[in-house]
Write a protein that binds this ligand. Structure first.
Ligand code: HEM
Length: 124
């Protein structure tokens, strides 16, 4: 499976389910909870969902609305050390388990998230 084929396999509905399962855990998390905008969690959820959909072969809504992702730069305002990275990944790992997407897409997404999360570390 190529990255572009993930959207065909997972669909809009699958990405929505995955990102919802992730954000359901954010507010109650001691590290991540305070970092996210309490009044706009629905907006944050939509941004991550649309980014993933565009990145994996679906409609390019994220780029249309937010421009080039430049994710590392967009994350600089947040203190992302190893602990924050590991917590983000732990929540996403659980969301991936819970969303029960097709197996091949799940492993591809898991690897993508692991690499991206490490790339996002901006404090030692
Ligand atoms: C490593 C730990 C990470 C932390 C602590 C973190 C934290 C955050 C926070 C606090 C926001 C702002 C929420 C908002 O209002 O949109 C954000 C935005 C975002 N994050 Fe992360 N993030 C992490 C990793 C990732 C990874 C691995 C990805 C992609 C696979 C990602 C994709 C995004 C996207 C697309 C946005 C919206 C950017 C925008 O358009 O403004 N993040 N992240």
């Amino acid at each position: 499976m190529t990255e572009e084929e993930v959207f065909t396999s997972v669909g809009e509905e699958g990405f929505t389910r995955l990102v919802r399962a992730f954000y359901a855990r954010v507010p109650g998390d001691a590290i991540l909870g305070p970092m996210y905008p309490a009044g706009d969690l629905a907006g944050a959820e939509a941004r991550l969902r649309d980014f993933l959909i565009g990145r994996f072969g679906g409609p390019p809504r994220y780029i249309e609305q937010r421009g080039h992702p430049r994710l590392r730069m967009r994350h600089l305002p947040f203190t992302i050390d190893q602990a924050a990275r590991d917590r983000w990944m732990a929540l996403m790992d659980r969301a991936l388990d819970e969303a029960r997407l097709p197996e091949e897409a799940t492993s591809l997404l898991r690897e993508f998230f692991h690499a991206m999360a490490t790339f996002m570390i901006n404090r030692s």
